[in-house]
Design a protein around this ligand. Sequence first.
Ligand SMILES: [Zn+2]
Ligand SMILES: [Zn+2]
Length: 242
Amino acid sequence: MTDIKVKTLGGVKMLYDRSSAADYGVGGVPFAPNMNQAFAQECDKAFKEMFDEMQKHTGLKPKLILSGGVSRAGSGKSLHHKNRAFDLDGLLFDDGTNWVANTFPQRRQIYLGMEAVLRRYFGVVLAYDYNRAHEDHFHFDDGLAPGLSTRAKSHVIFLQNVVTFVYHTPVGRDGVWGSETSEAVVAVRNEMGIGGLSQLANWKQFLSRVAVDAFKNEAGRVGDVVIPEPEVCHCCGQVIPA
Ligand SMILES: [Zn+2]
Ligand SMILES: [Zn+2]
C-alpha cells in the first residue's frame, strides 16, 4: 500500500507537539506526515465528522491538530511502523482555547465524544483509562475493523465511561464485561431505541448518539475547577476566615 504525504485531516492542519516538552498540548512544529493511504482516508473522514459534530454541539472550531506522531523507526509490532497509526495529543481551537488528552479526569464529556467518533472508524482506539502510556494521547490504528468486542479491555472501559459519565449510571470502570456493565449498556441503548451492539450498524449508530450527547454535555458544562483565592481585608490585608 502506498504512503501519501498528508497536510490536513478533516480540513485542519497539524503540529507535532513532541519535539519539546513545553509544546505538549499547546503548540509545536508544522507536521505533514507520510501515512498509509487507506488509513489516511479513514483519518480524514473521522476528523471531519469529529470536528463537524464538535462545532455543531459545543461551538468549538478546531484550527490545529496536535499530534504525537505517525511513523516510528524500525519494524516492531506497532502499526506506527507501517504509518497506519496516529497519536492525537490535543486540539487548538479558533477561540484561543485548547483540548489536551491528559485532561480526561477534568473534562470527560468532550473526550468521550471524540472517542465515540474515533471508534466509528477504527477498531483499535487506546485511551486514558487503558494504561498509563495512553493517559496523554489517543492512539488509534486500523489493525482491527470497527466493531464492539466485549472481550477487549479498551472497548469495555469506553462503554463503562460512557454509561457512567455521559448517561449518569455509575458502574465499576474495570474494563471487564460483566452483568452490571451489560445491564447498564442495554438500558442506555434501549432508551435510544438501538438494537444489540454486536451488530456493526447498531454500534455505529450508538456511537453517533454518544458523540452528540457527550458534546452537548460539554457545551452545557457548569463548574470548571476554580481554586478560590482567600478573601483578604481591603484595609489591613489580613485573610478573612471563610
Ligand atoms: Zn500510538
Ligand atoms: Zn481590616
